[in-house]
Design a protein around this ligand. Structure first.
Ligand code: SF4
Length: 207
């Protein structure tokens, strides 16, 4: 079953640059944009993702979906050294803390620069659709990035609304997308391993 959307972009701009973090988080956004007559371009800039194999895997899934939907895909560089430098001193921060702010600012900052250099007046991101993320933290980084480029607008649409998360789950199943079990960086991977080890030892002591 497909629902029909009629999204209103800021200033009714037809072209929108979508910063995509992964295929599951981007699929319902892209589908809704297409249904609304918007012309999205996908921009993949995620130097936070560790290891490189994981980065390539997530990117491949986004490319696969963009090709299927006939949506242009722009690949940015994997600048993990720059990312590690940007978050230096925040290795032990909890998720949603300062490290994540710096991470969002770097990714959306480069997206905004690409948008401004390539004639886009509006950009947005898939980062906020996940319930694991602090939406206001994402939006704050987006607005900050846009403010550096005169005339550029960050579209702070809440993609979770009107069943956005359910639609994302449904499309991800239909497309058999790879589903990661950690946010992306080496520190979130470490946290995910810690959680699963704690769960396993909890399960064993409960036996
Ligand atoms: S937990 Fe996610 S948002 Fe936070 S720094 Fe790591 S990759 Fe970025």
């Amino acid at each position: 079953m497909t629902s029909s959307f009629n999204l209103q972009t800021p200033n009714n701009e037809k072209k929108v640059l979508l910063h995509s973090c992964c295929a599951p988080c981007s699929c319902s956004i892209l589908q809704r944009m297409i249904e609304s007559g918007i012309e999205p371009t996908v921009y993949f800039y995620n130097p936070n993702i560790y290891p490189k194999e994981e980065y390539e895997h997530r990117k491949k899934e986004v490319v696969r979906y963009a090709q299927k939907m006939k949506i242009p895909f722009m690949d940015a560089d994997y600048e993990i050294d720059g990312w590690l430098e940007a978050v230096q001193g925040h290795e032990e921060d909890v998720e949603r803390g300062k490290r994540c702010t710096l991470c969002f600012e770097m990714r959306l900052g480069k997206t905004a620069a690409y948008a401004a250099e390539n004639g886009f007046k509006v950009f947005t991101t898939s980062l906020g659709i996940s319930r694991w993320k602090d939406l206001e933290q994402v939006n704050h980084a987006g607005r900050r990035a846009a403010s550096l480029f005169p005339g550029l607008i960050y579209w702070d649409h809440n993609w979770r609304l009107y069943g956005g998360q359910e639609q994302m789950e449904r499309i991800s199943k239909e497309e058999n997308f790879y589903r990661q079990n950690y946010c992306g960086c080496i520190y979130s991977l470490r946290e995910s391993i810690r959680r699963s080890l704690a769960k396993r030892s909890g399960d064993q002591s409960a036996r």
